[in-house]
Design a protein around this ligand. Structure first.
Ligand SMILES: Cc1ncc(COP(=O)(O)O)c(C=O)c1O
Length: 386
């Protein structure tokens, strides 16, 4: 078969490879503790699942949905953004439904980039930003996220010649995979930078509701004037424990949303209407479960952070997200460490290098696993000499 050249440029999706190895070990009878993928183990709140049950029986739910999402869903997104961030959005032009934020993020690159165009991409990062740049024929310019800079990109290090050519920049705080957070001063700097060089600033806020000790992550749209240059991707996946629903949204700059809509109307037909009805229940209903799940994640974070530090691992304790990003022990690459750890202990974590070259030297732990399994993981780590 003669395949497109672009396919050869794309590495296999990180978690597909890890799943394969896990299945092999499981078949050998190994009890795997999976601290790999960030997929909430806690249930979707009952009022949302019951809204979904009702919506499935609703005769208005079975047909093709409106391309941009139902008006009720877009209005619910605007309601939630106002309540949570005091950001006002026009549901008609500044909100669009997505089939999960991954879909919208990947398609955006096709709406913005011509072959050879530059996208400013953080590294390490959610792999979709870089892969979608390549699929769209663009050139990623990597912005290293270094521990010494709090895992924030140093915008001053971007050469002016690159900034002039760049069409978009991605940022993601609370961050996957580092668990880092940012404050208003960074968002202001990013908005000013993108305004100066006429770059679309794309914020990925998938983890905004998973935060500890009262910390409240910010939306880029809280920065005055941000809508002129920015859009934000968000998702119901992590906030409402419903990754499988595939429901997300993009909000902000209307011109960028209209451009993305041209791609989307031609390649997909929108999110199932029953899910959008459940999404309305999620966004406009009680948010009390967040206190509960954040309490659970916080206890899990403490078990892992304290346990790993006691074992001599070096790491920062995240204020938000459900990821921990420790350094691999001296003498190991990320891949070698992760593979030995899995073989010797059955504990599955993700090599930092899977998130980009600046992720080398780290590994990622997801705390979407019950406390007793996390304690067991620490116990197994303690028993082996790495
Ligand atoms: C940083 C980041 N953005 C976006 C997504 C996609 O989430 P979804 O497509 O479920 O909305 C993920 C999923 O893990 C993520 O980690």
């Amino acid at each position: 078969m003669k395949k497109a050249k672009r396919i050869a440029k794309v590495p296999p999706y990180l978690f597909a490879q890890i799943d394969k190895k896990r299945e092999e070990m499981k078949a050998r009878g190994v009890d795997i503790i999976n601290l790999g993928i960030g997929d909430p183990d806690l249930p979707t709140p009952a009022h949302i699942t019951s809204a979904l049950h009702q919506a499935i029986d609703n005769p208005r739910s079975f047909g093709y949905p409106p391309y941009e999402g139902t008006f009720a869903f877009r209005e619910a997104v605007a309601f939630w953004y106002h309540k949570r961030f005091l950001v006002d959005l026009d549901p008609n032009s500044e909100v669009m439904a997505l089939i999960g934020s991954k879909e919208g993020i990947a398609h955006l690159f096709f709406a913005l980039l011509d072959p050879g165009d530059v996208a400013l991409i953080p590294d390490p990062a959610y792999p979709v930003y870089q892969v979608a740049t390549i699929l769209a024929g663009g050139k990623p310019h990597l912005m290293p996220l270094l521990e010494k800079n709090g895992f924030l990109p140093d915008l001053k290090k971007i050469p002016v010649s690159v900034a002039r050519k760049a069409k978009l920049m991605f940022i993601n705080y609370p961050n996957n995979p580092t668990g880092a957070t940012c404050e208003a001063d960074f968002l202001e700097e990013a908005v000013a930078f993108c305004r100066k060089y006429d770059i679309l600033l794309c914020s990925d806020l998938a983890y905004s509701e998973i935060a500890f000790e009262g910390y409240k992550p910010l939306s880029v749209l809280e920065i005055p004037g941000a809508k002129d240059v920015a859009i934000e991707f968000h998702s119901l996946s992590k906030t409402y424990n419903c990754t499988g629903y595939r429901l997300g949204m993009v909000v902000g700059n209307r011109e960028a949303i209209a451009a993305l809509s041209i791609i989307k109307t031609n390649v997909d037909s929108g999110a199932y209407m029953a899910l959008q009805m459940a999404g309305v229940a999620a966004l406009t209903g009680p948010q009390g479960h967040l206190k509960e799940i954040n309490g659970i994640y916080q206890r899990r974070r403490n078990i892992m952070v304290d346990g790993l530090r006691d074992l001599g691992y070096k790491l920062l304790s995240p204020k938000a997200s459900f990821y921990i990003w420790p350094q691999v022990p001296k003498g190991y690459t990320s891949a070698k460490f992760v593979s030995e750890l899995l073989e010797k202990t059955g504990v599955l974590v993700v090599p930092g290098s899977g998130y980009g070259k600046y992720g080398e030297g780290y590994f990622r732990i997801s705390i979407t696993t019950p406390e007793e399994r996390l304690r067991e993981a620490i116990g197994r780590l303690a028993r082996v000499q790495i």
